[in-house]
Design a binder for this molecule. Structure first.
Ligand code: IVH
Length: 717
């Protein structure tokens, strides 16, 4: 449950009614900002705040899909085009597909096609292709003379949105076609996000914006429909080509061969596409793909069958909005029944008591599920904050038979309870009011604005709570904070249990204490002379540390990596930052105004910061830490001196002198922006051995490319 963001927790606490009102408010507010941005050219909020509004909207919709509004900001993809992007009329409409839900529907489809064509077996086999149905959003790419001229979303099928600048940042989409394509080519396919990329993006979002996407599809849609293409460029989007629109000539006569030609032109095409000769083969491919589903690394929601011969497709034509020659065989929803064996309460870094359902392991859509999120105590009771029922008011009891759902890549949810299977003696779950880790009272604070108890119950034990303390320590040493090698979760737990490391400062006195100690680290189980010395060396290497890492490591609520960077940059030194945070506790002070004026820092973050610094014990801990560690001043970027200040740089291929993270940090220190993909906005590409498509794209776009050595030459004074 460590993956549950603050936003998810907050949204989990919304009642149906609150969610409805909030979606209404967000739709109006976002529409308002869209108007200011596009019609008046006078935005009143930062891109980041705008994104946050959209994300919040998407997250609420993910939890309350029944409340999605017709004028929802996120629905504008599949509905009429929004006012925020220019419109593009599709020369050939973008259609949707009819659905098949079982094997019989597939037999009926092939039967219908044969009857329509009067295609009896004597005329030979009717080849039909089968390929995964990608769960993303469709995009149409127009090329003239081999060059990408525009990219449009599906919109209402007739008119879509012009997202050309964004599409150009997607690596799988060639800016110029390879080979000898016809004069006009319109390629259609799906933009999607791979699971691993989605997970990384959400980690980044949770740390920086404190918000996450509900699933890869939403993440792909949200990323493609960014008004700022640089944001899209920083999002790991992919694309599979599987269809076409307007074409001045057709390079092949079958569906299968067309797609292979798209591959030759430089597109990513799905390797699982197959040509089948019988219905039974189609069904076998379907079940094969279904079995592989969990291993694909991206979400699919079915298998699409298409009549292979294009002349037959032509004869078959369309019924209303779908082609007669294709059908989508959908996977059954990923739901399953299992037993709720237990409810475990986890205590997080901020003291939040998070209930987790411990389930009898069950396979849902190819993945074994044994945990599900339970959000908070009201969710277990089946009632919302204002007494409104959720899950139709069914409370969850240990031993219950529950229906779970795994939607895309998100943590499984409990959908329903089978009351017929409930044993007579099942008693409602008593949510603890004492912290299971330290026994302190766990309370639900009264929200100052709503006057209602917070959905989250929190342990009041603070530093005496071992769960909070160890979670804080784990955060402190984690990769993006102090990044102390050899000090992982296991070691933190063990050192804490033995009283060796109770607070961050203790890490830095470990070696000195070990020298005097009779029970040396090297003699402990699992340690030796070398590993103990390595740990001390790793710790000593972090006695000076970048200011933003130091701030992030403190584990202040809502202060993720991104906010820590903003703060470090804004204040420059620890002394200036700490003094300002203390002063800003006074809401009338200039320090408070300055803090809120930092682009990207909102009121919630500002409040969390000043509250943190107002606590004496936090300041004591920091003082102890500062006796051991010195945060470096944030380097002020001297734009005049740096040859790459303000430039957008892409690193690709393998680097030999630097790790990727180092290269990124170095470039950022020099005032450059580092992007993950090459686009027209890229100023410089640093390519190491093995550079592939990014290098190719840079060459196509005539962007300067230098080697790693060239980079050092360029930036060394
Ligand atoms: S073919 C005229 N192939 O599914 C047929 N669509 O439900 C055009 N989709 O809007 C679509 N994977 O966004 C086709 N391999 C695939 C697909 C696919 C995903 C989406 C596409 C379409 C929707 C229809």
């Amino acid at each position: 449950m460590a993956g549950l963001s603050e936003l998810e927790k907050e949204i989990a606490s919304l009642s149906l009614d609150e969610a409805r009102r909030e979606l209404e408010r967000l739709a109006a507010e976002i529409a308002d900002h869209d108007r200011r941005y596009h019609q008046e050219d006078a935005p009143t909020i930062s891109d980041a705040d705008y994104d946050a509004l959209r994300l919040r909207n998407a997250a609420i919709e993910a939890r309350f899909p029944e409340l999605i509004r017709d004028d929802s900001p996120s629905e504008r993809i599949g509905a009429a085009p929004s006012e925020t992007f220019a419109k593009i009329a599709h020369k050939v409409p973008m259609l949707s597909l009819d659905n098949a839900f079982d094997d019989q529907d597939v037999r009926d489809f092939v039967g219908r096609v044969r009857r329509f064509l009067k295609f009896d077996p004597l005329q030979g086999v009717l080849s039909v292709t089968a390929e995964p149905k990608i769960d993303g959003l469709s995009l149409s790419l127009r090329y003239e003379q081999g060059a990408l001229v525009h990219a449009a979303t599906r919109g209402d099928g007739t008119v879509g949105e012009n997202v050309t600048a964004n599409a150009r940042t997607i690596e799988d989409i060639p800016v110029t076609l390879a080979g000898t394509p016809p004069e006009v080519v319109e390629i259609r396919g799906e933009v999607y996000m791979a699971h691993a990329d989605f997970r990384r993006l959400n980690e980044r979002m949770a740390a920086t914006a404190g918000k996450v996407f509900a699933n890869p599809r939403n993440a792909a849609a949200g990323s493609l429909r960014q008004l700022n293409p640089e944001i899209t460029a920083s999002r790991p989007l992919r694309f599979f080509a599987y269809a076409w629109g307007d074409m001045s000539a057709l390079p092949a006569s079958t569906q299968y061969d067309m797609v292979q030609v798209f591959g030759d032109w430089g597109f990513a095409v799905n390797p699982r596409m197959q040509r089948c000769e019988t219905v039974e083969d189609l069904i076998a491919v379907y079940h094969g793909i279904e079995e592989e589903r969990a291993m694909l690394g991206y979400d699919i929601d079915g298998v699409v069958y298409k009549v292979d011969r294009l002349d037959l497709q032509q004869r078959l034509g369309f019924v209303s909005r779908s082609p007669r020659w294709a059908i989508a065989h959908k996977f059954p929803a990923e739901k399953a029944f299992t037993i709720l064996n237990d409810i475990e309460i986890q205590v997080g870094r901020t003291g939040a008591l998070t209930p987790v359902a411990k389930l009898e392991p069950v396979t849902v859509g190819g993945v074994v599920v044994s945990n599900a999120t339970l959000h908070n105590e009201d969710y277990i009771k089946g009632i919302g904050q204002d007494g409104e029922p959720i899950r139709e008011g069914k409370d969850l009891r240990i031993g219950d038979t529950v229906q779970i759902q795994r939607a895309g890549d998100v943590i499984p949810q409990i959908l329903d309870v089978d009351l017929n299977k409930r044993s007579a003696d099942a008693t409602p779950f008593e949510f603890p009011t004492l912290c299971p880790a330290c026994g302190s009272h766990a309370t639900r604070e009264i929200h100052p604005k709503t006057g209602r108890p917070d959905a989250v119950r929190r342990c009041t034990g603070g530093l005496i709570c071992p769960a909070q303390a160890t979670e804080k320590l784990k955060h402190f040493v984690s990769r993006n904070a102090f990044d102390i090698e050899g000090l992982g979760n296991k070691q933190v737990d063990a050192f804490y249990q033995d009283g060796l490391v109770m607070a961050p400062a203790d890490i830095f006195t470990l070696e000195a204490r070990d020298k005097r100690s009779l029970t040396k680290l090297r003699n402990r189980e699992g340690w030796g002379e070398l590993s103990a010395q390595n740990l001390f060396d790793a710790i000593n290497a972090k006695r000076t540390i970048d200011l933003h890492r130091f701030i992030f490591a403190l584990g202040i609520r809502h202060v993720g990596e991104g906010n820590a960077k903003l703060l470090a940059r804004a204040y420059g030194s620890w002394a200036a930052f700490a003094a300002a945070m203390i002063e800003a506790h006074d809401r009338e002070s200039d320090a408070w105004t300055d803090l809120n004026n930092i682009d990207g820092i909102g009121q919630i973050v500002a409040e969390a910061l000043t509250e943190f610094f107002a606590e004496g014990h936090n300041r004591d801990q920091i003082d102890a830490l500062l006796a051991e560690v010195s945060p470096n001043d944030a380097e002020q970027v001297d734009a005049s001196g740096s040859p790459v200040a303000g430039k957008t740089v892409v690193f690709t291929g393998s680097l030999e002198r630097l790790t990727r993270d180092e290269a990124k940090a170095m470039a950022e220190r020099l005032g450059a922006k580092v992007s993950g993909s090459v686009s027209k906005k890229t100023d410089l590409v640093v390519a190491g051995p093995g550079a592939g498509s990014k290098l190719k794209k840079a060459e196509e776009l005539q962007i300067d490319v230098i080697s790693e050595d060239g980079w050092f030459e360029l930036v060394s004074p």
